[in-house]
Design a protein around this ligand. Structure first.
Ligand SMILES: Cc1ncc(COP(=O)(O)O)c(C=O)c1O
Length: 483
């Protein structure tokens, strides 16, 4: 055997590639010639999953051979590449989408922000009632008050017509909400509202990487990805998401560069120093600071300006993320194509199923969407294919879910549904009745909770899998329709 480390490394990676091509065939993108196809005799159609090739496995092993371990060169590169892909000032990698939400919120509580701007306990933050719990948890975890508005059951997104009702001058400080299942919320309305009242906007973009929003401007139109319109936005890289690093996530600093230091400080123990791992004295006055009651010259590395956390991922995870990012344009395309295939395959079921529409769309046909008069457009990078079983359908959502499950087809609900009906909020309402409030009756969030489900559109689904799904939903509906 050679004792040349470069040759050894190359040989290890060659073998890893060969191994992965053999054993990970089922995880390759649909259409890849090495991928194992749909098995009609034992159909399995997941709602999501890891889609990768040998490139990710080789990158993970290469990073392991480097053995940097903690966030380092791969992390640095991935942060820059993702920021460039999105068109934001900075991206800060973290260990999950939930951590990203926590940090984005925490950053806005920093005493380094001007007194009137920073979020303080008791301040109100507008969010929507149906969705994922960790979009909302950071608001409560920081002693602020979530104010829930309803969701539109067709888009899954916040009902922006309720923003004004939720607003209280002097109390409302921010809006923090998710683009539902890849469908951008009405950014035009939300941004106008935030600008009018000088509010922060945190976009939870965990389920929407690659979605775009278009709005008219004085010069024509402006199209940008979701996650690049507010002050901060967040991503999740947990396996069902648009790209994965196993566990992982990111906070995007859209345009206000100083927010990056705050996000990083909360991620990295609350420290005041902003040197990356393995580097010292970036500020050129490591022993020249006097902060708090510390003696002059106290090592900046050990000066803490926030009550922080340690929420960094490993460099190995970032190495995987970098390979996934190269596949992202094709992944987004596949998600859009698969959504259209399901929509076309289920077109005859309008009488029993209410189909989701992109925000600002008013209808779907095989020729495309029709749009409202706002001039705004959305192009979702779908996380899932959402549908609602109609109130008067001859079957329930549970009937349909059970039927699909029996045929190997996975589905999911819109996460926590109306979060206010979850045990955690029930309990909170009993113990601390002023901890949160809501506007209106939340009928849309309830409809989503009772009648919505979503099916997979991820890039691992081939035509046969999608046809199987459409056939099983259609045959079940027809059968129930005719008694
Ligand atoms: C909208 C939304 N926000 C946040 C998260 C949390 O991400 P993670 O699972 O990486 O913590 C999820 C999880 O799927 C989500 O759907």
């Amino acid at each position: 055997m050679t004792d040349d480390p470069n040759a050894l490394r190359a040989e290890i990676l060659r073998l890893v590639g060969a191994y992965s091509r053999l054993v990970h065939a089922a995880n390759r993108p649909a259409g890849d010639p090495l991928r194992s196809g749909f098995q009609p005799a034992a159909p399995v159609v997941p709602y999501a999953g890891r889609v990768f090739t040998e490139a990710e496995v080789e990158a993970a092993v290469a990073a392991t051979l480097d053995f940097w371990l903690t966030l380092g060169p791969e992390g640095d590169a991935f942060e820059k590449e993702l920021a460039a892909w999105l068109g934001v000032r900075h991206t800060v990698l973290v260990n999950s989408g939930s951590s990203a939400n926590l940090l984005a919120f925490a950053a806005l509580t920093s005493p380094k922000l001007p007194a009137g701007r920073r979020l303080e306990p008791g301040d109100e933050v507008i969010t929507c009632a149906a969705g994922f719990p960790t979009t909302v948890a950071p608001i409560l975890q920081h002693g602020c008050v979530p104010v829930f508005i309803d969701n539109d059951p067709v888009t899954g997104n916040a009902r922006v017509d309720q923003l004004d009702d939720a607003y209280v001058p002097g109390k409302t400080k921010a809006v923090m909400m998710a683009h539902a299942l890849g469908n951008p919320f009405d950014l035009r309305a939300v941004l106008d509202f935030c600008r009018c009242h000088d509010l922060w906007l945190i976009e939870d973009n965990c389920d929407s990487l690659g979605s775009t929003y278009t709005m008219p401007t004085a010069e024509g139109t402006l199209t940008k990805p979701t996650g690049t319109w507010g002050d901060l936005s967040t991503q999740s890289f947990y396996p069902p998401h648009h790209l994965t690093m196993g566990e992982g996530g990111a906070v995007n600093v859209v345009s206000r560069a100083p927010l990056r230091v705050l996000v990083e400080s909360f991620r990295d123990w609350g420290r005041d120093c902003w040197c990356p791992s393995g580097k010292d004295n970036t500020c050129n006055k490591r022993f020249g600071w006097q902060l708090g009651d510390l003696p002059e010259g106290y090592d900046h590395k050990y000066i803490y300006s926030h009550l922080g956390y340690n929420l960094k991922p490993l460099d190995l995870q970032a190495a995987i993320g970098r390979q996934q990012l190269k596949k992202l344009p094709a992944f987004v395309e596949a998600r859009r194509r698969n959504w259209q295939a399901l929509r076309a395959g289920l077109a005859d079921l309008e009488d029993v199923i209410e189909f989701s529409l992109p925000t600002h769309a008013t209808g779907w046909s095989s020729d495309g969407f029709s749009w409202d008069a706002s001039g705004c457009r959305t192009d979702p990078s779908w996380f899932g294919f959402m549908l609602l079983v109609r109130e008067d359908a001859p079957f329930s959502r549970t009937d349909l879910v059970r039927h699909l499950d029996a045929h190997g087809i996975a589905s999911r609900m819109l996460f926590g549904g109306n979060l206010l009906r979850q045990p955690v909020f029930h309990d909170l309402a009993r113990r601390r009745p002023r901890a949160f409030r809501h506007v209106g009756s939340l009928v849309g969030a309830d409809a989503l909770m009772r009648r919505a489900l979503f099916l997979g559109v991820y890039p691992g689904l081939d035509t046969e899998s999608l046809e199987h799904v459409a056939e099983k939903v259609s045959s079940f509906s027809l059968c129930r329709r005719h008694g």
